[in-house]
Design a binder for this molecule. Structure first.
Ligand code: GAL
Length: 336
């Protein structure tokens, strides 16, 4: 058996699920379908609570959505408003006047039922999820399965989404894990990115301004660029937000980030990834281990606010009768 389940709160049905062998250990909780920790040879490659004792309280308070599954909608919808099929919808405004990550009752607050499937070195946690119009005010009720699969041999965590809706609606799920491949969580500055990146510009209110990425085009030229190079690049957009908080179009569905020892290889069927570099910190854990730029996200999803930029052609629209399918995986490779 390569997994264990620990009950954290019997009444609330909250569990901690650990999948492990000698080389790696990955932990998940059904509270917000979070990834809690991922250790390769004892080195943690993500940000999360250092002890499981106060895990529930930690996630109730953490304002950065550490490790959480976000749905129905990752990112901001401007003014919490959109029009679909000629009808106007007003969502909760939980981030100033905007709707962020689906609202304050988003999936990250829910405790989900699950089954575990264990086949040799691959363990799957299959979550059964309902998103209700009566809770988040998006149209329609969504029935979704979210699978977190861990392949112990290949050090590969895969997320599989499948969903249908009772009405035409929006669905733009993602996971809000923060990576840091270093031994300590001091800073991700030394991490290298192995792609040219073109950031979508944001307005002052953090909403994606336009589909034109021409002005913030970071060309690697050589074979990599570090986060420090980007932070120091002088781009007005990077200075204004004290780091990266921008969507990027993926060239071929992959994205690699590495330090001297490890490489994180992301693969997805989504066209965009939002990179956020934890640009301000005003909440901390007991050990003050969360710092500005101490982690980065790779949120694979459609462009935030796509419904207001692309209207009826927005990729996040899920039509009644259609099935939403999406797969993203994160793999850790040792560098030679
Ligand atoms: C990101 C978002 C950031 C910030 C963060 C949560 O997805 O782009 O602006 O809100 O979530 O701390």
């Amino acid at each position: 058996m390569s997994f264990e389940i620990e009950t954290l709160d019997k009444e609330k049905n909250i569990d901690l699920i650990t999948i492990y062998d000698e080389r790696s250990k990955i932990q998940f909780t059904n509270f917000g379908m979070r990834i809690v920790d991922w250790k390769i040879d004892d080195r943690s490659v993500i940000l999360g609570p250092t002890e499981s004792d106060d895990l529930i309280e930690y996630y109730e308070q953490n304002p950065y959505f550490f490790g959480a599954t976000v749905a129905r909608y990752g990112g901001r919808i401007e003014n919490g408003q959109f029009v679909l099929n000629g009808e106007s919808y007003q969502l909760e405004q939980n981030d100033g006047v905007h709707n962020l990550h689906g609202g304050s009752n988003g999936l990250y607050t829910q405790v989900c039922d699950y089954d575990i499937v264990n086949e040799d070195d691959i363990v799957r946690i299959v979550y059964h999820v309902e998103l209700k119009h009566s809770v988040d005010h998006f149209p329609g009720d969504i029935n979704m399965t979210v699978t977190h699969q861990y392949d112990l041999t290949n050090l590969k965590w895969t997320i599989i989404y499948e969903a249908t809706s009772t009405e035409d609606t929006l669905l733009n799920p993602m996971n809000h894990v923060y990576f840091n491949l270093n031994e300590t969580n001091a800073s991700i500055e030394n991490h290298q990115l192995h792609h040219n990146v073109q950031f979508y510009p944001l307005k002052d209110n953090q909403i994606v301004e336009s589909l034109d990425t021409e002005n913030i085009n970071v060309e690697i030229g050589k074979d990599s660029i570090t986060f420090k190079d980007i932070f120091d690049s002088g781009f007005q957009q990077i200075n204004q937000f004290n780091g990266i908080d921008h969507p990027v179009t993926l060239e071929d569905g992959t994205f690699k980030v590495s330090n001297d020892e490890l490489e994180l290889e992301m693969t997805t069927d989504q066209n965009e990834v939002v990179i956020f570099t934890l640009n301000e910190v005003d909440w901390n854990d007991h050990e003050d281990s969360i710092n500005v730029h101490s982690g980065f996200t790779l949120e694979t999803q459609s462009l935030p606010n796509d419904i207001n930029l692309l209207n009826e052609t927005a990729p996040s629209i899920l039509r009644k009768g259609d099935t939403f399918n999406s797969v993203t995986s994160y793999q850790i490779n040792y560098k030679k």
